[in-house]
Design a protein around this ligand. Structure first.
Ligand code: EPZ
Length: 416
């Protein structure tokens, strides 16, 4: 069994360049099929979710090559629009191939997507968006069968809630629809802007990403493009929480602090000394985090749900009390029982968790989803003694080199 062996209580120090963003590169890789030819994606992190997405592209008939942080995808031999369960089930983001393949091939046959188990994760908004654009969408035999019977064209579609995935799927499908599509109530995450920038580099007419109204003039032929993916704000948030738990002084490069506003203000309230540059964040922590005002997760620019677990872990090692309200997913406290094995004081009632900081003890703990597993690493860095953290396969889905990066900052962490 793969696990991390961590000895806590050592302050972190040094500089780090943050990996490319997982939640940007996955829809961007799917978007490469919108154009015939070879696109080049730079700052592409080496993650198991990326590997699974490249496998999907190969299955569709694309040629895929990786050289360090650069991935080349040649879609000129794309010949299939069917993605089976064993690939779809690897990750959630595979669902955005629906919109991309509808735009490129006029049809898509996909199994249901997988991804972290955070409670029910329906795709009703994705299907509603595609149906609104005129796609014939059928759910049968445990799969999704979508076709453009010549009925797809630009229209106005309203998302009742700003789903990231549904916004991305609608943007990709709309690129293949003649006329203007207006997505009202769109997600505003920075990853949506990154996708828009890639689509524009391919010649698409898209505007409004970052706001709740996105406008796409579709039906124009697109061309392959070269694009550099933004830095991963959730990886950066995890490293900053590690400094909050273990103490120390770290400078992160390659990440836009503007993408973490709702999060950084909470760290400052917890006692962190923060300084930001255009594409860098420095943080020093000489005392453990203190409790902060209630943390309620929300769509961007609210507090990011993906930072909830790592922040909770850092606050567990601190002083004072903090209330969390997880509004985005109904079952995103699976790390709590494991943190309590380390001596954490956490009371959970439904979507509310109340954390009271106190010293933690190293223990053997098991991660069960991406951010929850990263949170256990954060807690182990702040705890006294040795911890063993299993469930590393979840971490490899979203962090390129978590243990190596932390070791470069002086942490005692070994991959076993
Ligand atoms: C994206 O997931 C991210 N994943 C998630 O990060 C992140 O937690 C989430 O956005 C919210 O910020 C990727 O980008 C690959 P949503 P996504 O559609 O697109 C409900 C990580 O750790 N909903 O915005 O799946 C849904 O159940 C991952 O990196 C519907 O009800 O999120 C959830 O409660 C985990 N119907 C809420 O909306 C739908 O059709 C937000 O989901 C779609 C979503």
């Amino acid at each position: 069994m793969c696990e991390y062996q961590i000895t806590g209580g050592r302050p972190l120090a040094g500089q780090l360049t943050v990996q490319g963003a997982k939640n940007s590169v996955l829809p961007i890789l799917a978007a490469t099929v919108l154009a015939d030819g070879e696109s080049e994606i730079c700052n592409c992190p080496d993650l198991s979710d990326v590997t699974a997405t490249l496998e999907i592209l190969r299955l569709l008939g694309c040629k895929v090559q990786r050289e360090g942080g650069t991935v080349r995808v040649d879609t000129s031999a794309l010949e299939c629009s069917h993605i089976p369960q064993q690939l779809m089930g690897e990750l959630r983001s595979s669902v955005v191939f629906l919109g991309a393949l509808l735009a490129r091939c006029g049809s898509a046959q996909l199994a249901y997507p997988g991804g972290c188990e955070l409670g029910p994760r329906p795709i009703d908004l994705h299907l509603m968006a595609l149906r609104t654009l005129g796609a014939d969408v059928r759910e049968m035999r445990g799969g999704l069968y979508c076709r453009n019977k010549g009925t797809m064209r630009g229209r106005e579609l309203c998302l009742p809630m700003p789903s990231v995935g549904a916004t991305e799927n609608a943007m990709l499908a709309a690129c293949g629809c003649p006329g203007v599509t207006t997505i009202v109530g769109a997600a505003r995450e920075p990853e949506i802007e990154d996708l828009q920038n890639f689509l524009r580099a391919m010649g698409a007419q898209v505007e409004g990403a970052g706001t709740s109204t996105i406008r796409i003039e579709g039906g124009h032929p697109l061309h392959p493009a070269r694009y550099t993916v933004m830095g991963d704000r959730m990886a950066a948030a995890t490293y900053l929480c590690a400094v909050g738990a273990a103490g120390g002084c770290v400078q992160l490069h390659g990440v836009d602090p503007g993408h973490l506003t709702g999060f950084l203000s909470v760290l400052e309230e917890a006692g962190a000394d923060l300084h930001t540059g255009q594409n860098s964040i420095s943080m020093a922590c000489t005392t453990p985090f203190n409790g902060v005002r209630p943390v309620r997760t929300a769509p961007y620019p609210g507090f990011p749900t993906d930072a909830q677990a790592p922040l909770m872990a850092a606050l567990c090692c601190g002083t004072g009390t903090t209330m969390f309200v997880e509004n985005m997913f109904s079952s995103r406290y699976r790390h709590v029982d494991e943190l309590m094995r380390m001596g954490a004081d956490i009371q959970v009632d439904g979507r509310v968790a109340v954390v009271t900081g106190r010293p933690l003890q190293g223990a053997r703990v098991r991660g069960t989803d991406l951010r929850g597993s990263a949170a256990l690493v954060v807690a182990a860095l702040g705890a006294r003694g040795e911890s063993r953290v299993s469930g590393v396969r979840h971490i490899l889905r979203g962090y390129e080199n978590l243990d190596g990066d932390l070791r470069s900052l002086g942490a005692s962490i070994q991959y076993i």
